[in-house]
Design a protein around this ligand. Sequence first.
Ligand code: CA
Length: 588
Amino acid sequence: MNRFITTVVAGLMLAGPGHAGVTEDDLKNDQSITTQIVTNGMGRHLQRYSPLDTLNKDNVKNLVPAWAFSLGGEKQRGQETQPLIYDGVMYITGSYSRVYAIDVQSGKELWQYDARLPEGILPCCDVINRGGAIYGDTFYFGTLDARIVALDLKTGDVKWRKKIADYKAGYSYTAAPLIVNGLVITGNSGGEFGIVGEVQARDAETGEMVWTRPVIEGHMGTLNGKESTMTGELNATWPGDMWKTGGGATWLGGSYDVETDTLVFGAGNPAPWNSHLRNAGTPVDGNAGDNLYAASRIGIDPTTGDIKWHYQTTPREGWDYDGVNEVVAYTDRSGNKRYATADRNGFFYVLNREDGEFVSATPFVKDITWAEGIDENGRPIYNEGNRPGNPAAAADGKKGEVTFSSPSFLGGKNWMPMAFSQNTGNFYVPSNEWGMDIWNEPITYKKGAAYLGAGFTIKPNYDDHIGSLKAIDPDTGDLKWEFKNDAPLWAGVMTTAGGLVFTGTPEGRFIAFDDETGEELWSFQTGSGIVGQPVTWEQDGEQYISIISGWGGAVPLWGGEVAKKVNYLNQGGLLWTFKLPKALAMAN
Ligand code: CA
């Protein structure tokens, strides 16, 4: 208890006049300091769990709007940001690489930054941004032309601006950057263009590169401007030169586990999608066609950029099951320190925190077709008949055998972050029940062109719902409750000590559920679809909640029959802030 009080007092002192801005301690203690939110994930463990319990199951019905903020303009595409809150100001990012600083009491804009984007940017999956980072008196965020920008927290003036990679080759940037020990750490986007996934660490003060770590085997990392170590072993799991354009985009960013001093990043699908081109001659012995470290979670040393461990969820991946989904650190009911991650491929994995070793995997969506399960070593038990066929084996050599595979390439779960509740010990997973017809085609790499070698059509698996918010016991994989939604879920989830689970729907409803029963306790219609990430904090003794509304993201662009089903939904760009007024906090 004493330690907790000390932490809070230290936090308050730092937030006082003349403070030096957000410190490493602020980042480390973000989950317990309830008056601010300075990390993506509401704490470095990415639990998205708030210890606030002012708002609870009894009084959530009294939650009312405090203010709303329009992102303005005609740039109303998918809004996926997670707000940050510091020193009375809320910071959000918007579509088309915009940033807004907003007075948290009044909802009044303090400053706005619009990145000037060049012609010819190549974002694969809408012009979204998922949020920024704060360190010292600087706000950091990435842009669709693959740059990282450092802005003055008070004015929005540019301090520095650096190129992550070449947007003309298909690179872009959409994730929230990560701050660790004075470094600003970023991944990259562009996995559908034959790019190479990488993690980069820069000096947060100057923007100078400290280290780089490509995540596809055969590529060299750098440290302080010199070559450091090779990623993996050249051609151990990739044939010929395919590794040079091997994909593995690190597009969802990463997290930092202070207890093991490890960065955890995910790598997307190997490129191209046509898996037969990446493991010619398969079946092969051992792991020769696995295409490391695509479709993997990777533990990285934050000082050197060296890889400490990896766990590949989908070896020789062939369905666009990116391995990027967030890895949440938690302690299980027996006191074991674990990671949990719900993969695009439909399985919910538990890994050991120390070394990333596989512990268990259970399906979190129905009707998985591509694998019978995951064996005791963590390797999929493939259903070989469900691998899309090799076009080279077709009579005309142009189209391989079509399979119906589930989940669809947009995944049992996509980018939208799940939450863990310290109340219940359960995870709350935003998932989707859908499949796809998928087939392979010949393809050759061309800079800046889509590098898929595949065609596809997404289809709902059920008539009455696609979206499914699931409460999952991580110790058993058991489903505790489920909320079904007509449209696919695409928003983040948040839990609170008040026993509440919050998320939003593409139909525009922002909903609070009972964390034990799944009963819907409150909802609010936000006017456009919700694909953003909720947060909660306290201000002058009152509990606030914010969520951005603004339909978009990958579903309307890539969703096949599903996109047609939801094409009536309106776009938007409105940040809603709610509060439980003091007078109503005690009322039932
Ligand atoms: Ca992908």
